[in-house]
Design a protein. Structure first.
Length: 371
């Protein structure tokens, strides 16, 4: 029997809940209400964007992942490349596509090759000699012009949008994209990111170009009962039985993080009937499989940040400024803690949930406790 869980983006019957969020985002996109979604890593933002795109049958969804951008040129080229590729896939008339694209994207250098198998055109893009800033100023207006000419509407998804802030030209990039966003009539922006502190600053700081420019949607936790019912149903579809207690234990172990729920369920499903300790073993296996990623994150921190993050994981304190907590964890002065905490919050590694400090990623927290 096949495993009903995998590590690909959750879609269709593999996607759990988010009914209200899908309806709201879909309505916003159709209404031209630009929207920003923020949530921690592995919270299902990308899967949600794909689900919304599938619902928007009257719009074309263009998905751009900005995670690896290192320069304004990277930003422009990624957006151009995905726009052209998506328009190419969705165009009814492939023969005149290049001329129609160039009629709107006048600064773009478009290279065309014919695929020997399909005999359809394949496109590659380059910026030519124009500076990236010129392209950033024109790209959204060009897409909007194309939409008007072709009588279509576009949902432009910009994932990991906060990565723009890491560039030294970030303020100029924000201003240029904001200008295009404000004037677009046929392009709705769906911006997403996992560095919540940075994103909140982008859209809630009155000195920033994107201030009050979008509907801000913090992604809530999927209710436990919804996840439990989802897991029981998926196991049954794969020919195995999962009790409500076991389903609840899976969800609780990873604090209802969608990616981890899917991954832990995938590991456990394979072990059901093979081992008596299937769920405890699957839990330890999950932490072990994620260790390389966590080691990379941990190595990027200073020694003081490492001590503070590990102390938060182990103690889950209500305050990190008490003398006993500082001494026990060799954290030194309150000033040093404040500096390290600010960095951990900016990296979205630590947060206060209710009145308790926690490591944001629930599996990272368990890995840290073991160290």
């Amino acid at each position: 029997m096949s495993n009903p869980f995998n590590l690909a983006l959750a879609q269709g019957s593999g996607f759990c809940n988010r009914t209200a969020e899908k309806a709201l985002i879909g309505q916003n996109m159709r209404s031209g209400i630009h929207t920003v979604i923020y949530a921690p890593r592995r919270y299902g933002k990308s899967s949600l964007a794909m689900e919304v795109g599938a619902l928007l049958t009257d719009m074309i969804s263009i998905y751009v992942d900005l995670f690896s951008v290192t320069s304004p040129e990277d930003v422009v080229e990624k957006i151009y490349r995905v726009i052209v590729a998506t328009l190419g896939r969705t165009a009814a008339d492939q023969t005149t596509l290049a001329s129609r694209i160039l009629a709107s994207f006048k600064k773009l250098r478009l290279n065309i090759e014919i695929d020997s198998m399909t005999m359809l055109p394949e496109f590659s893009v380059s910026l030519g000699e124009e500076r990236a800033e010129i392209h950033l100023e024109l790209i959204i207006a060009a897409l909007d012009h194309y939409c008007t000419a072709q009588a279509i509407k576009v949902c432009l998804v910009l994932d990991e949008f906060q990565e723009i802030c890491a560039l030294k030209e970030s303020k100029k990039i924000e201003a240029l994209l904001r200008g295009g966003m404000q004037s677009a009539q046929n392009v709705s922006f769906l911006m997403m990111g996992s560095r919540r502190t940075i994103l909140r600053d982008m859209f809630e700081d009155r000195k920033r170009p994107f201030y009050k420019s979008a509907y801000v949607l913090p992604l809530p936790e999927i209710p436990v009962n919804e996840f439990v019912a989802f897991l029981i149903d998926r196991y049954a579809g794969g020919g195995k039985v999962l009790s409500g207690a076991e389903a609840g234990e899976i969800v609780a172990f990873v604090r209802a993080y969608p990616y981890y729920v899917q991954k832990l369920a995938m590991l456990h499903f394979n072990l059901v009937g093979e081992r008596d300790d299937a769920l405890p073993f699957a839990k330890s296996l999950l932490v072990e499989m994620e260790a390389a990623d966590f080691e990379g994150i941990f190595l990027g921190l200073t020694n003081h940040q490492k001590r503070l993050l590990r102390a938060i994981a182990k103690h889950q304190p209500t305050t990190i400024h008490g003398q006993e907590f500082l001494v026990e964890n060799r954290l030194g002065s309150q000033g040093g803690v404040q500096t390290s905490l600010a960095k951990l919050k900016k990296l979205d590694l630590a947060e206060k949930i209710g009145n308790i400090w926690r490591v944001v990623d629930p599996v990272f927290e368990k890995w840290l406790i073991k160290q």
